[in-house]
Write a protein that binds this ligand. Structure first.
Ligand SMILES: [Zn+2]
Length: 166
């Protein structure tokens, strides 16, 4: 079994604890990425979307999965299941050091996840304690002025990768 741990980092100016709006195991947070077929290597043109509270019966009839899809090219079937409890908010210290924080683990069968896209519904907190909710990172950036800390706050230079965990 191969799991893919989604790791993220960004530049956090005067901000810390970047994470999904409802925490790292937010049941309604949507993850967008593409899938690479493990058989023919074809990458899906459209991004796929998985959400914790949206499950489908798995093809083999064993429980539930978060995505069941067929490769358009070679018809190989695959599934993506999300594994909770692995995520941690990205802290200011980690971001400063260029380190990645784990966000969500995916058990992918038949496919490999590639190209994660940051969507909307993120939250973060300024170093002065101001909370920012429903941050939209789909444009790649977020900028505000923090009245409490009397300084600008900004999220930029978003990066993500999938680490293979065996
Ligand atoms: Zn294929």
């Amino acid at each position: 079994m191969v799991n893919y741990l989604l790791m993220i980092t960004a530049e956090l100016e005067n901000l810390t604890d970047l994470q999904p709006q409802g925490g790292c195991d937010d049941p309604n947070f949507s993850y967008y990425f593409k899938l690479k077929c493990g058989n023919c290597g074809e990458v899906t043109q459209k991004e796929t979307c998985v959400t914790l509270n949206e499950t489908v019966p798995s093809a083999k009839g064993k429980g539930e999965t978060h995505l069941s899809q067929k490769c358009k090219f070679c018809s190989r079937e695959g599934t993506v299941s999300m594994i909770t409890g692995r995520g941690r908010p990205l802290t200011h210290e980690q971001a400063e050091a260029g380190k990645y924080a784990p966000l969500m683990s995916f058990d992918c069968r038949g496919f490999e996840p590639v190209g994660f896209s940051f969507g909307s519904s993120w939250k973060a907190e300024s170093l002065a304690g101001t909370k920012y909710n429903d941050i939209d990172l789909s444009g790649g950036e977020f900028a505000e002025y923090d009245e409490k800390g009397e300084c600008p706050v900004m999220i930029s230079n978003l990066r993500a990768k999938f680490d293979v965990v065996k």
